[in-house]
Ligand binder design. Structure first.
Ligand code: AMP
Ligand code: MN
Ligand code: MN
Ligand code: MN
Length: 277
């Protein structure tokens, strides 16, 4: 059987549209053999995903996508092969839930000032026990016809510099890497080109990440072209980081992003799964 890895995706435990069970089933149908569930700042989807993975024969890798800060910017760090019961990590996810709820209250107030009431109730209902994210606000704005796409909701209201943006103090990047590695996991820099860093800033980031104990970088994502893959592969080689592959699948709405539909990792890059026990 050909191995097919997808090490980045989201369930209803954060801003994904599918339950952990539905997600694992879809991954199985797409031929994925190893799947990491990496919800934003939470591991609560893992037990259900593990049950379904065992039933289908997929290998489930316990993961998380942590929101972090470095130099006043937000960076996403993926943890792979983590232990969700590791106390510092469990405490961190617990407090991140409150941080996200408080942020949601502030975002809702800002929307109210723009004459858009009812957001808080709607996103709480939609998120249920899961993490409240800006995606939930985007879906609310879409459902109320304030925007016609999710992207427009970010561009007009939710992105940095827009009227409903609330800056948030996430964990420092180095600390988040500690939580991951302390729990026995591998820390991976998610979607490195999404931060729009200059080459110089990218070098500084990778130096800090590597010094903190980071071991991987997402070389293959669903949205990057061949030139972009080459660029990130060069960073991986230069900083001796293992390469990860992840679709960042959230829902079937975006037809360009599918579980397991990913370019192969360049041959000169060490696959991150070789570091997983
Ligand atoms: P949060 O972690 O609550 O700030 O939400 C971040 C999530 O919102 C990301 O993981 C994406 O799923 C989504 N997101 C962020 N920026 C955009 C954007 N410009 N367009 C669509 N989705 C976005
Ligand atoms: Mn997301
Ligand atoms: Mn991300
Ligand atoms: Mn993600």
């Amino acid at each position: 059987m050909t191995e097919l890895y997808d090490l980045h995706c989201h369930s209803t435990a954060s801003d994904g549209a599918l339950s952990p069970t539905e997600l694992v089933q879809r991954a199985y149908q797409q031929g994925v053999t190893s799947l990491a569930l990496t919800d934003h700042d939470t591991t609560t989807g893992l037990p259900e995903a593990r049950l379904c993975a065992a039933a289908t024969g997929i290998k489930l890798i316990a993961g998380i996508e942590l929101s972090t800060n470095w130099q006043n910017k937000c960076f996403h760090i993926i943890g792979l092969g983590i232990d969700p019961d590791y106390e510092p990590l469990a405490q961190a996810t617990h407090s991140l839930q409150s941080i996200r709820l408080e942020r949601a209250e502030k975002i809702a107030l800002k929307l109210e000032k723009k004459h858009i009431p009812g957001a808080l109730e709607a996103v709480k209902k939609a998120a249920g026990d899961g993490m409240i994210t800006r995606t939930h606000f985007a879906d609310f704005l879409l459902s109320q016809n304030h925007v016609s796409t999710q992207q427009e909701a970010f561009d007009r209201y939710l992105a940095k510099g827009k009227p409903a943006y609330v800056s948030t103090s996430w964990a420092e990047l180095e600390l988040a890497v500690d939580w991951i590695t302390g729990s026995g996991g591998i820390a991976v820099l998610a979607h490195p080109l999404r931060y729009k860093l200059t080459a110089n800033w990218m070098k500084r980031l990778l130096t800090v990440f590597k010094d903190a104990g980071g071991q991987g970088i997402e070389v293959i994502t669903a949205r990057n072209n061949a030139d972009e893959i080459r660029l990130v592969a060069n960073y991986a080689a230069r900083y001796e980081l293992a390469g990860s592959v992840g679709s960042d699948f959230h829902s079937a709405v975006n037809q360009w992003v599918e579980l397991g539909r990913l370019a192969p990792l360049p041959r000169n890059i060490k696959p991150v799964w070789e570091l997983l026990g």
